[in-house]
Design a protein around this ligand. Structure first.
Ligand code: IDP
Ligand code: MG
Length: 194
């Protein structure tokens, strides 16, 4: 079954939203297979956000698209410089206070969690999503203050990203295999048919 990594960033922990956010994942039927409160090291956050060409281009393009849509000039020309700067801020932010790390498992868990989390910019995230309902930050505000967007949560973007991220935060022993009632109610073909 697919697994995905979620981090509740310092803003989620400080705002008392741990229970609310985990509750949304439980209610949709995902299985928690690992969970902990962590004071992250520089090395952990550095490994977590791999500075790949794809990631830097993604960060750059999403931000530029928002500026373009508002008719504002995007003051950065280089995705490598921009991506590196965003990562530097994220590393400082995620190290600055305790965060919550978890692994969730279920049918197409990676896109399902991304759907529940919503778009990167809280102000553009749809109502009903975690970021859309519980946060309000913008590219304009965060970039104006030279800091990462405060969007409460990280969730793996792809299965490959999840495979890279999960071992950064959890050992094999910390990833639990256990039976959950949803294994029957949501996934067992024979449930209630006998
Ligand atoms: P995601 O968290 O929705 O997957 P990514 O593009 O992977 O978004 O970016 C990682 C994180 O970096 C975001 O969640 C956000 O906190 C921060 N971030 C991304 N782009 C910007 C930006 O242009 N300005 C400030 N912070 C940014
Ligand atoms: Mg991402």
């Amino acid at each position: 079954m697919e697994q995905t990594l979620v981090l509740l960033k310092p803003d989620a922990v400080q705002r008392g939203l741990i229970g609310e956010i985990i509750g949304r994942f439980e209610k949709v039927g995902l299985k928690l297979v690992a969970l902990k409160l962590v004071r992250a090291s520089h090395e952990e956050v550095d490994r977590h956000y791999a500075l790949t060409e794809e990631w830097m281009l993604g960060v750059y393009t999403k931000a530029k698209t928002k500026y373009d849509a508002r008719g504002e000039a995007f003051p950065f020309a280089d995705h490598v410089a921009y991506g590196s700067e965003i990562k530097r801020g994220l590393v400082e932010f995620l190290k600055s206070a305790p965060i919550v790390a978890m692994v969730l498992e279920g049918e197409q868990a990676v896109p399902l969690v991304r759907k529940l989390v919503g778009a990167t910019e809280p102000a553009s995230s749809a109502p009903g999503t975690i970021r859309g309902d519980l946060s309000l930050d913008t590219y304009a505000l965060s970039n104006g203050q030279s800091r990462p967007i405060r969007n409460l949560i990280h969730a793996s973007g792809t299965v490959d990203e999840a495979k890279h991220e999960i071992p950064v935060w959890f050992t094999d022993k910390e990833l639990h295999t256990y039976e959950h009632v949803n294994d029957r109610v949501q996934y067992d073909a024979k449930w209630f048919l006998s």
